[in-house]
Design a protein around this ligand. Sequence first.
Ligand code: GDP
Ligand code: MG
Length: 297
Amino acid sequence: ITSLVGFSNLPAQHHRRSVRKGFDFNVMVVGESGLGKSTLVSTLFNMPLAPPRAAPYSSASAPKTVSIQSISSEIEEKGVKLRLTVVDTPGFGDLINNDDAWRPIVSNVEQRFDSFLEGENTYNRSKVTDSRIHACIYFIAPTGHSLKALDVEVMKKLHHRVNLIPVIAKSDIMSDEEITAFKARIRADLEHHKINIFETPRYELDSDKSMEEKTSIMSKIPFAIVGASSEITTPDGRIVRGRKYPWGIVEVDNEDHCDFVKLRAMLVQNFMEELKEYTDEVLYENYRAQKLIAMGV
Ligand code: GDP
Ligand code: MG
């Protein structure tokens, strides 16, 4: 099956601009290792990405360094070019001492702002590639309990710098009831800790139809995610992307089974322009202003 990614269906005005120039879209995946980040990324964009090479096993006395890996790829769909970069953060949460787990991630995000800032000040501004992070998918372990202290800490360090999109990882191991309860729990925790997540822009000139669709997508946050890059055959003979269990198959692309379709719709069909706009006009501008103040300008 080759299901389209869907970015070529962006609203017409954006579409035309994008056709001409092509566009950059940079997604970062953050969360404990082993939660299925790399798997989701390849599922999301319907292409296999090389898994980040595992760091050599290090002795307990020498804590493993968090290494950040960026993978880029150019996708073309109906003549529209998308330069997609995925920034993976392997090893996060593996350390015995996770006090500074957020530091390399935040610094990677800020370095991207810095290089965009430098680019803006150069002669040929139009040639500047945009390597800023437009969306940060934050993986929450399917525990059913409150957010872990480490997750709260990392999200608090990140939310002023990126559009945070929380997801429940490996949701196929939870029942529907557990997922519903866990979602409510996570939303309450996020609110309690005053963590900002990406929200639908309130201004909306589009038709009610699309507003409805957008509201419906947002109501599913945190998305309950299942990732699988291999195809399997269902008992009724359909070929699907999914995970096989003794009790049945969890289909990635079936909205009754998980929120994968909603997440993808949010990223590439409904909110790509909004994510980019908010990054440019709010997150980046705030960073730039703080930087100028710090420099005493
Ligand atoms: P990462 O360390 O976060 O990048 O995790 P990986 O993508 O490397 O996946 C770690 C393991 O979890 C692999 O064995 C995957 O096959 C498995 N996995 C990935 N996504 C899912 C999922 O949605 N559900 C389940 N049950 N397993 C998954
Ligand atoms: Mg990985």
